[in-house]
Design a protein around this ligand. Structure first.
Ligand SMILES: *Cc1c(COP(=O)(O)O)cnc(C)c1O
Length: 397
């Protein structure tokens, strides 16, 4: 095995991006302006949504959407217990309480059949997370939200390129929020995008991201009498994206299809190279679902083809961690999938939770391994990872 160095992911920037980011510097318009507007239009068209509203990151997009929904103190929102901590934090920013729900271990997304038992008379919203680029069971969550009159906000941070029957994430329920952090398929450094079909909701989020201003600077400058400052109808926030980031977003949108195709090709190389490893469960993609492969996340198991259980956990978790250290030594960057948020200090204390309250999330946290994946990942890269995974498994027996 010739040594390789494989990062967990890497951004795809080219000459067009380098040129685009200098244009706001040359024009002097550097905050939320014409490039952000263009980025929004390109993203809306790509995702097949009516409105796209850029914000400083996905966490602030989630916050704004929940504020606009009216979520406040005394309310509760359902959040999967296996997700990035931002999903739960956005709920708490509104003064509302988080109620965690467990995941399906095969898909790492909300276990929909368990949702009804988590509803209380205070439940106002559900935030399904399309984790790692695989859509959650959004039609299933939508049916529950419609039946109970709940706000459905997709945490679509990882879901650029993720579809169900050809329909892109962000099209279920009231809206969705995407991330352009460097760990995601396309990046603007920091960056987020709220999408919705609802005119009033889009207008409210637009205003809230800009201190509650009645009109944006871009609108004001486009009209006669641009010297008149806007009125402020609500207490909002400064969650604007810069136009430098907007310009980069435009460049990233131009090559999005190529980046996604490269990631899907890379995932295909993995599915082939890893198919013979009996200790690894590979990403499961339900029929009709289009995986965006923001991350390629596998699960360690004690029995070939079977899901791990809590009794496997202590020994298998130690082995997973040793394997990850060996892979890092071999130049293969690895991470656990994401967090069991209910086990994080703040949330455990705040809601008096114990690790086993959400067993599938605990298993996913302790036994998942994210493997390197990026737009120009090769078959040889996949073979190198497979060989090192096998070597690490044997070395830790
Ligand atoms: C990355 C991520 C976020 C946060 O996105 P930012 O743009 O970094 O704020 C939220 N939820 C999930 C599931 C994520 O993966």
């Amino acid at each position: 095995m010739t040594p390789r160095t494989l990062p967990i992911t890497k951004p795809c920037f080219d000459e067009e991006d380098f040129d685009l980011v200098t244009r706001p510097l040359k024009s002097g318009w550097v905050v939320q302006g014409p490039f952000v507007a263009q980025f929004e239009q390109l993203f809306a068209r790509f995702a097949g949504v009516r409105h796209a509203v850029a914000s400083s990151n996905c966490t602030t997009a989630l916050h704004l959407a929940l504020l606009a929904s009216g979520l406040c103190e005394g309310d509760e929102a359902l959040v999967p217990s296996f997700t990035y901590v931002a999903t739960a934090n956005a709920v708490e920013y509104c003064g509302a309480k988080v109620r965690f729900c467990d995941i399906d271990l095969r898909t790492f997304t909300l276990e929909v059949t368990s949702l009804p038992s988590s509803l209380t008379e205070r439940t106002r919203a559900i935030l399904p997370v399309s984790l790692f680029g695989l859509p959650a069971d959004l039609p299933g969550v939508q049916a529950i939200c419609e039946h109970h009159g709940l706000f459905l906000l997709e945490d679509a941070a990882c879901a650029t390129g993720a579809t169900i029957n050809g329909v892109h994430c962000g099209n279920w329920g009231n809206g969705g929020a995407f991330s352009f952090h460097p760990r995601k398929a396309i990046t603007t450094g920091e960056g987020g995008m709220f999408v919705t079909a609802d005119d009033a909701l889009a207008a409210k989020v637009r205003s809230l991201r800009d201190h509650g201003a009645g009109k944006s600077d871009l609108q004001r400058h486009a009209e006669k009498g641009g010297s008149l400052l806007p009125t402020f109808e609500m207490r909002g926030y400064n969650y604007r994206l810069t136009d430098i980031q907007g310009a980069l977003g435009v460049g990233q949108m131009h090559k999005l299809e190529r980046i996604l195709a490269g990631r899907r090709r890379g995932a295909g190389f993995y599915l082939e190279a890893l198919s013979e490893l009996p200790f690894l469960l590979l990403p499961h993609v339900p029929t009709g679902y289009g995986h965006g492969y923001q991350s390629f996340v596998c699960l360690l198991t004690a029995r070939p083809g079977e899901l791990p259980t809590l009794s496997d956990l202590p020994a298998l978790n130690i082995r997973r961690n040793k394997m990850m250290a060996l892979l890092e030594e071999a130049g293969v960057s690895v991470r656990q999938g994401t967090h069991a948020v209910h086990t994080l200090d703040y949330y455990r204390r705040r809601y008096n939770l114990s690790d086993e309250d959400f067993p599938n999330s605990l298993l996913a946290d302790r036994l998942s391994i994210t493997l390197p994946l990026f737009h120009d990942f090769t078959a040889e890269d996949a073979t190198y990872v497979a060989e090192n995974l096998l070597a690490a498994w044997r070395a830790t027996a």
